[in-house]
Design a protein around this ligand. Structure first.
Ligand code: ZN
Length: 160
C-alpha cells in the first residue's frame, strides 16, 4: 500500500539541522505514527511521504517555510518578573503558556534578569532547514473514526 490521503503511516526518522547535528530521532523508541493528509506532521515532510511504500528509505531537505516556519524576532520579548508570580525559580529553557490575543501559546524562557524575563514564542526549530532521514515501516488504511478525528488511534483505541 502506498502512502496517500487517509492512510496511517509508521516511520523511523532522524532529523538533523544544516550543521549535521541530530535534533531528534526515533532510533531509541518506537516508530512515529501519523495520519497522512491531516497536517499531523510538518508540510514538507508530509509532501515527501506521499507515494512512498513500506521499506522505502529516503532523505528530505525541508526549508523553514515547509517546516516549523521562519523565526520572528518580534515573538521574543522581555516581560516583567511579576508576570511569573508564584514561581520561585525561573531559568532559561523553561516553558510556559502565555496568554496572547490568539489564545494560549507556548513560550520558552531565553534569559532571566533581575526585573525581567525574556521569553521566545518561536518554535524551537523555527528558521531551521530540516534534514530528515526516513524509513517507512508500516502503511495501513485509517479507520473511519481516525479520519473523523484527524489523528491516529493506538491499538487499544483511544482515551478521549
Ligand atoms: Zn481520536
Amino acid at each position: 500500500m502506498e502512502i496517500a490521503e487517509n492512510t496511517v503511516v509508521s516511520f523511523d526518522y532522524t532529523l538533523q539541522n544544516d550543521a549535521g547535528e541530530t535534533l531528534d530521532s526515533s532510533a531509541d523508541r518506537a516508530p512515529l505514527d501519523y495520519l497522512h493528509g491531516h497536517g499531523n506532521i510538518v508540510p514538507g515532510l508530509e509532501k515527501a511521504m506521499a507515494g512512498k511504500a513500506v521499506g522505502d528509505s529516503f532523505t528530505a531537505k525541508i526549508p523553514p517555510e515547509e517546516g516549523y516556519g521562519e523565526r520572528h524576532d518580534a515573538l521574543e520579548q522581555a516581560v516583567p518578573r511579576s508576570a511569573f508570580e508564584g514561581i520561585d525559580k525561573i531559568e532559561p529553557g523553561m516553558m510556559f503558556q502565555a496568554e496572547t490575543p490568539n489564545g494560549p501559546a507556548p513560550v520558552t524562557v531565553t534569559a532571566v534578569a533581575e526585573d525581567t524575563v525574556t521569553v521566545d514564542g518561536n518554535h524551537a526549530l523555527a528558521g531551521e532547514t530540516l534534514h530528515f532521514d526516513v524509513t517507512v515501516r508500516e502503511v495501513r488504511a485509517a479507520s473511519a473514526e481516525e479520519i473523523e478525528h484527524g489523528h491516529v488511534h493506538g491499538p487499544d483505541g483511544h482515551a478521549h
